[in-house]
Design a protein around this ligand. Structure first.
Ligand code: ADE
Length: 253
């Protein structure tokens, strides 16, 4: 069993990579301009990679994890913009299914359907996601108050954070406009959060029969200040969430 762990930006996986280097002296393999950190994290064989941003980057990295490193499960961890009212900054969202909100080959194929695959939504693995859910709940309850500085807890009001399970929508667009966010919610009312990679990872994992889980922390509300909120959250908070939840998951296995 080797677990592939992906993030889109360095800040989302930085702490995981340093923990891996400290624990197992991981080695790096470079494929397609990406570094794959191969080693052990909390006693489990893992490959951690920076996928970079967007669906193409995420799909390419996912294929490499599966074909070059024979990973048996994939976890994508990072940030998302909350578009459902209940998805607040600092909350964690675990996807049970994902959809590409920017995919439109109509009228040849139905809106959102991946042409020639005949599917619009891709489910994550229920068992893997259930394990991550427990780890995320434990992290939010026990570790969050110690992992994040008091200043950042106050800025982002992390005292009352929640965990949500539901639909995540991915697209090659950073959503920083409330009208755009509302168009997505109106068309896809079940969507909790938007990001730029998860649906591509879930589609590749479906095609290769590899279980996956998509874990996101809400960094912004996809509105006019989203880019500022995202940047601040990425700086001092994101990596602690990703590393905290993923390491709890690995050590509780
Ligand atoms: N990731 C984090 N926030 C996002 C947003 N507002 N749009 C797309 N991806 C995001």
């Amino acid at each position: 069993m080797t677990i592939g762990i992906l993030g889109a930006m360095h800040g989302e996986i930085a702490e995981l990579i340093s923990a891996m280097i400290a624990q197992s002296g991981s080695r790096i393999e470079r494929i397609g301009m990406r570094d794959y950190h191969v080693g052990e994290l909390n006693g489990q064989p893992c490959v951690v990679a920076l996928a970079r941003i967007g669906k193409v980057a995420a799909a390419a990295t996912t294929v490499s994890l599966i074909r070059e490193f024979n990973v048996t499960e994939i976890i994508f961890t990072g940030l998302a913009g909350g578009i459902a009212a209940e998805a607040k900054v600092g909350d964690v969202v675990l996807a049970d299914q994902l959809i590409q909100h920017d995919l439109d080959a109509s009228p040849i194929f139905p809106r959102y359907e991946v042409p020639l695959l005949g599917m619009s939504t891709f489910a994550t693995d229920a068992a893997l996601s259930a394990e991550l859910k427990i780890a995320a709940e434990n992290f939010l309850r026990d570790d969050l108050p110690h992992a994040i500085t008091q200043k950042n807890q106050d800025i982002f009001q992390l005292q009352q954070v929640a965990l949500h399970v539901g639909t995540i929508a991915s697209g090659d667009q950073f959503i920083s406009d409330i009208a755009h966010a509302s168009r997505i919610v109106t068309a896809l009312p079940e969507v909790l959060a938007v990001e730029m990679e998860g649906a591509a990872v879930a589609q590749i994992c479906y095609e290769y029969g590899v279980p996956c889980a998509i874990l996101r922390t809400i960094s912004d509300r996809a509105d006019a200040t989203a880019h500022v909120d995202f940047g601040q959250f990425l700086d001092g908070v994101a990596s602690h969430y990703s590393a905290g939840i993923v390491r709890r998951f690995l050590s509780e296995r």
